[in-house]
Design a protein around this ligand. Sequence first.
Ligand code: TPP
Ligand code: SF4
Length: 296
Amino acid sequence: MNTSTAASLPTFQAKDFKSDLKPIWCPGCGDFGVLQAIYRALAGIGRAPHDIAFVSGIGCSSRIPGYTTAYGFNSVHGRALPIAQGIKLANPDLLVLVAGGDGDGFSIGGGHVPHAIRRNADITYIVMDNQIYGLTKGQLSPTSPRGLKTVTSEYGSVESPVNPLLYVLAYGANFVAQGTPADMQGLSRVIEEAIRYPGFSFVNVQSPCVTFGAEDVQVKEHRAHMKSLESLGHNPSDRLAAMGLAQHYGTELHTGIFYRNPEPPPTMDGLLRERQQTMAGKGLPRERILDAFVQK
Ligand SMILES: Cc1ncc(C[n+]2csc(CCOP(=O)(O)OP(=O)(O)O)c2C)c(N)n1
Ligand code: SF4
């Protein structure tokens, strides 16, 4: 932290968000790069670590909060989003981030994603999509491609993968981006922009699993094949164009912002705060705030 000029606000550097815990990921795991990108993005945002709540589920990627100096909650498999929404509603002043894997977010936790989107609490969800269950040693995940051979699909997967980008766009997410640790600058930029977006924001990170992941989706391959949406002339305020591009998930590696609603709708935490103030003005008891929430 730096407080050089008198009366100026403290500024933060990436290292201020690095905890003393040493990551225990396999050497070369994509999650190392994602963690660095998160440090950089948080330095750009400028909020103090004690103003940030970082929630995760269970998985290799869900270890991320522990490697930061923010308040962290390594919670229950697939349940990070409801916990994060609760934290945001209880203390809207916190910057609330969520991290986890594709299994955590799109199989066991898949039912929570649409509701987090439609409630639109101001939280940022970063998924480390490695198309495999890493922590439990290489089973099929919901984003594994058809034909992938794993310990639970010895002769190749016979299932179509979930497309996380189309999934969240179809449910009306207002900010959707994708990145890869092969492009650290681009990745930290999209994470920072996602955090700055007022409302639920989603970043899918193609984060290779070097131990159990397919050989053709490693960082080297990403570097050779990634295409920035900006270079394609994509207009991120065009939802239908974003959905068109998102259909190439699994065959093309597009990086950058797919969709950013230029007119952000009200957030749930913002609406509740307003309602809280109105009710307090009318002298209504605090317990009724919850009634108002239920009736919405
Ligand atoms: C309720 C419950 N079911 C299953 C598990 C076992 N489990 C832990 S992590 C995990 C999947 C990990 O894959 P992913 O979420 O994609 O994260 P990654 O390890 O690849 O980062 C599973 C099935 C669990 N911990 N809790
Ligand atoms: S098993 Fe895969 S996802 Fe987990 S730490 Fe190792 S490389 Fe990373």
